[in-house]
Design a protein. Structure first.
Length: 361
């Protein structure tokens, strides 16, 4: 079995910063679940976990304008228990206003001080991405102590991916005599104490700067994960599996494109890119022969390529488990037990399980 080191977009490797430990559960069962509000996408959820939130829309009449009403937003929290001791959260994209950087609106900037609202957007100066993530962490955790920043890491590859996706917009801005969109992506890892327990948490995001053209900036693809500090190493492969398992609904994507026109096409392309960000970052690092230090780099994950026995498609997934089983509905079981067969387990054999072999080389 060949285990390929792949660059994972997100922070999960950061949760440990170390090699995989011996405390990983021998067998973990995942059920494929749908985002509950609009069935926009599905994801793998460990058995016994719960989730809350999902897609939502901002009413422009209540928000004071349409600045955050152009697209649907997602705030979805997946958690191991009620306290969320182990969790993964997809956070929504928000548009913020900063009029002082726009030549046509700079004169009116004094009328909209920081904290006020302009066209449904909070007025806030744009920080760098690492500072944005620190502020986001503070906003999410107001009653924690002994906070220690373990690592901040720029992710230029993620910024480049979004730069390519939004190239048509930047081209239009240049034709109008303005600067192109600018992107800044980073990851942040912190340790802190909450309720008498020490946690490790990792966040990632990409900021897009459109202040010169539209007097606004936004956070894209913002994700947060946490686990108890002394167990983070063991939870790493499970969080890897969850975050890599997202599959968007073709019907939902088509509806977005119909409703939003060309802007919807950008959303569709963004969704497709998110599904392959691991591979794109890995390819970029390979081309530039970058030296990756496993102890201190944000996104290094061990993965392998498998062949789905139901679809015949090649799937990239964690190599932390020796055996990988699936069903026609996309439920999954990962195990290190050589003789484990879910078809022989009474609680599981109501559906057919097939092992996914490693893609032949």
């Amino acid at each position: 079995m060949r285990s390929a080191d792949r660059m994972g977009l997100l922070l999960v490797a950061l949760l440990s910063g170390l090699a995989l430990g011996e405390g990983v559960p021998a067998t973990v069962r995942f059920e494929r679940k749908w985002e509950p509000k609009e069935r926009a996408f599905s994801f793998l959820l460990p058995a016994g976990w719960s989730f809350e939130g999902g897609m939502f829309h901002v009413d422009p009449t209540q928000a004071g304008g349409p600045g955050n009403s152009l697209e649907g937003k997602c705030d979805l929290l997946l958690k191991k228990d009620a306290a969320g001791t182990v969790s993964l959260r997809w956070l929504p994209t928000w548009n913020y206003a900063e009029l002082s950087k726009n030549p046509q609106m700079a004169m009116a900037a004094s009328m909209f001080p920081v904290g006020s609202r302009y066209q449904g957007m909070e007025v806030r100066p744009m920080p760098d991405c690492a500072t944005f993530l620190q502020g986001l962490f503070s906003q999410m955790h107001r009653e924690v102590s002994d906070v220690n920043i373990v690592q901040t890491e720029p992710i230029p590859e993620l910024a480049q991916i979004f730069e390519q996706l939004y190239q048509p917009v930047s081209d239009q801005m240049r034709m109008m005599g303005g600067p192109p969109l600018r992107f800044d992506a980073s990851g942040l890892v912190l340790d802190y104490t909450e309720g008498g327990r020490r946690y490790r948490e990792a966040l990632v995001s990409c900021l897009v700067d459109a202040r010169a053209a539209a007097a606004m900036w936004s956070n894209l693809y913002t994700l947060d994960m946490r686990a108890p500090a002394d167990e983070a190493q063991d939870w790493k492969p499970i969080l890897d599996i969850i975050r890599q398992s997202v599959q968007f609904s073709p019907d939902w994507v088509a509806a977005v494109v119909r409703a939003a026109g060309q802007r919807g096409k950008t959303v569709e392309e963004t969704m497709k890119a998110i599904q392959s960000i691991d591979q794109q970052i890995y390819a970029s690092r390979t081309r530039t022969n970058a030296k990756i230090q496993h102890e201190n780099y944000l996104m290094l994950t061990g993965q392998e390529e498998y062949v789905n026995p139901f679809t015949g498609r090649t799937e990239q997934d964690t190599s932390a488990y020796k055996r990988r089983w699936t069903t026609a509905d996309g439920n999954m079981i990962y195990t290190n037990q050589e003789n484990f067969n879910p078809n022989a387990v009474t609680e599981l054999n109501h559906q057919t399980w097939k092992q996914t072999p490693i893609r032949p080389r």
